[in-house]
Design a protein around this ligand. Sequence first.
Ligand SMILES: Cc1cc2nc3c(=O)[nH]c(=O)nc-3n(C[C@H](O)[C@H](O)[C@H](O)COP(=O)(O)O)c2cc1C
Length: 336
Amino acid sequence: MIDLTTTYMGLHLKNPIVASASPLCDSVDKIRFLEEHGIGAVVLPSLFEEQLILESESVDADLSRGAEAFSESSSFLPELGDYNLGPEGYLELIRKAKKSVSIPVIASLNGSTPGGWVRYAREMEQAGADAIELNIYSLVTDPSRTAAEVEKDYCALVRKLRENLQIPIAVKLSHFFSAISNFASHIDTSGANALVLFNRFYQPDLDINQLEVVPSLTLSHPSELLLRLHWTAVIYGRISADIAVTGGVHRSEDVLKSVMAGASVAMMTSALLQNGVPYLNAVLSGMIEWMEEHEYESIKQMRGSMSQRNVPDPALYERANYMRVLSSYTLRSPSR
Ligand SMILES: Cc1cc2nc3c(=O)[nH]c(=O)nc-3n(C[C@H](O)[C@H](O)[C@H](O)COP(=O)(O)O)c2cc1C
């Protein structure tokens, strides 16, 4: 009997597949459907810092300044007030989901500054969320802001959440840092219980006929997993926080690779949007089949087995391998 159970931030999961934040988890019915098809845990779609600020600003504005007076957020975020059900609806979703399913329900906050809005996380906790995932999504375009300042703010944000919460905190990061290992360890010591590697940024496209900047959202490809595997393997064992992989997990072997690199869980969205939620059954049975064939008994047994500290040649994860890869391509090229 194969044991697929795992622990993630102290939560017990029946298997390491988690539905990451997306509209797949935005209603109780959808969350129940995911549970019925075997998901280990769900992350609710994010509630945005701007939504929380907008809510408090609109109260202030109504009271004292008039609807036109408050900051730029009012001009581009009018529809955000009710996005993801809005702050009140979000708490209601947590409460209802917790009554309806037995898998862990992780709430998600999307923000980048350590503002007063973070207190809202406590309401998510009180509503019953098993953990909070903080999606730090910031696009720093100001050339006078330094990397050190940005990282300091991120750590302050995590510390502020930690001060406000009893439940575990996961931090979802992008890979755009020049010293990821160092930054990961600072986020770890700021109080994160897990790192979620990595956010996908949705870069706008350019319409050269209409001369417009066009928002674009594309689903992931399994090749995106490699970046996540690399950094998971490098960071595993160097921080005390757990690691979750998100981005490019599409198949059974992608989940197994994530675990072997060192992840406690592997998250899926694109694959479930593309193939439908029942596709989870195939992924889970594919994992069991592979583990039986290769005589693994449990997920715990394979965690980190291919991390940098556990492979015979750690240089495979370093610069030396970059040169090896490039030269191997030259050798394979047809001679003219
Ligand atoms: C339609 C859609 C909505 C998403 N919404 C959120 C969100 O609200 N918060 C968040 O942290 N990530 C969000 N994501 C990102 C996913 O949680 C996930 O990290 C990303 O899609 C990479 O995983 P994948 O390769 O399995 O799709 C969204 C992704 C998609 C496709």
